[in-house]
Design a protein around this ligand. Structure first.
Ligand code: GAR
Length: 256
């Protein structure tokens, strides 16, 4: 963020985009003082793209499926992709055999290179993953996180991390019989949903609640928590520090 100008955020969605809507609404009513510069998706049919269109926000699609197909057809890898470097940093595919790991990282580098190129014109300060259902590899993360003290990718996850990382946080919480569920906003690091936690919100899972009820309660918390965490970032109040070997987020008091 430079001078007094508003922070530019980019938002990535894969689905319906109710979190995107909550962020757009917070901006519209003045609770969040940022500029939503663009909304992108890996999924051409994502409902979030229509929400952005309606609000006059530029959109783009990075079609992961098509780009994975190009990799299978032997299209050249991005010139700045180094398999050894990315493989050494990632912790998404621990213990997998070298061929599977190579395929996993090369395919994603094809897609992530296109994603990075799509974001360039918008000069974003922060990238917000609002229901973006793709993991990001160190190839992408390092391109954005040029300052180790100021991570630039934020994700919302539908569980109280570090419990239940992965693609079905509310489902996993419910099936485990948890009496409390929740959501977590965190910075993205090289693992799956493992980065420094910025904020969490919880709700009770009551007798008689089914999975739909759990999701409904969870989303209501997400819509409140996510704009709040973005606001803290925009106010420069998130400080990443090392605590006993783990990177954690300190929330700084409001500035006068
Ligand atoms: C949200 O519940 C979000 O936490 C989750 O996807 C949903 C998106 O809903 N994200 C993940 O599971 C990321 N791994 P939305 O499209 O209505 O915002």
């Amino acid at each position: 963020m430079k001078g007094n100008s508003k922070m530019n955020i980019g938002v990535l969605v894969s689905g319906g985009g109710s979190n995107l809507q909550a962020i757009m609404d917070a901006v519209a009513v003045g609770d969040l003082d940022v500029n939503i510069a663009c909304v992108g998706s890996d999924n051409p049919d994502a409902g979030g793209l229509q929400r952005a269109d309606k609000a006059g926000i530029p959109t783009f699609v990075t079609d992961y499926g098509a780009l994975f197909g190009r990799w299978r057809d032997g299209a050249p890898l991005p010139e700045d992709f180094c398999l050894e470097t990315v493989a050494a940093r990632q912790s998404l595919m621990k213990g997998s055999d070298p061929d599977s790991l190579r395929a996993f990282l090369e395919k994603r580098a094809m897609a992530e290179s296109a994603l990075l190129a799509a974001l360039v014109p918008y000069k974003i300060d922060l990238l917000v993953l609002a229901g973006f259902m793709r993991v990001l590899t160190p190839y992408f993360i390092d391109a954005l996180n040029t300052d180790p003290n100021r991570p630039r990718i934020m994700n919302i996850h539908p569980a109280l991390l570090p419990a239940f990382p992965g693609t079905d946080g509310y489902g996993d919480t419910f099936r485990y019989g948890c009496k409390v569920g929740g959501c977590t906003v965190h910075f993205v690091d090289y693992g799956e949903d493992s980065g420094p936690i910025i904020g969490q919100s919880s709700f009770s899972i009551d007798p008689g609640d089914d999975l739909d009820a759990v999701k409904k309660k969870g989303l209501a918390e997400e819509w409140r928590l996510f704009p709040e965490c973005i606001r803290l970032y925009a106010e420069d109040r998130l400080n990443v520090v090392e605590r006993e070997g783990t990177r954690v987020v300190e929330i700084l008091p409001e500035k006068d």
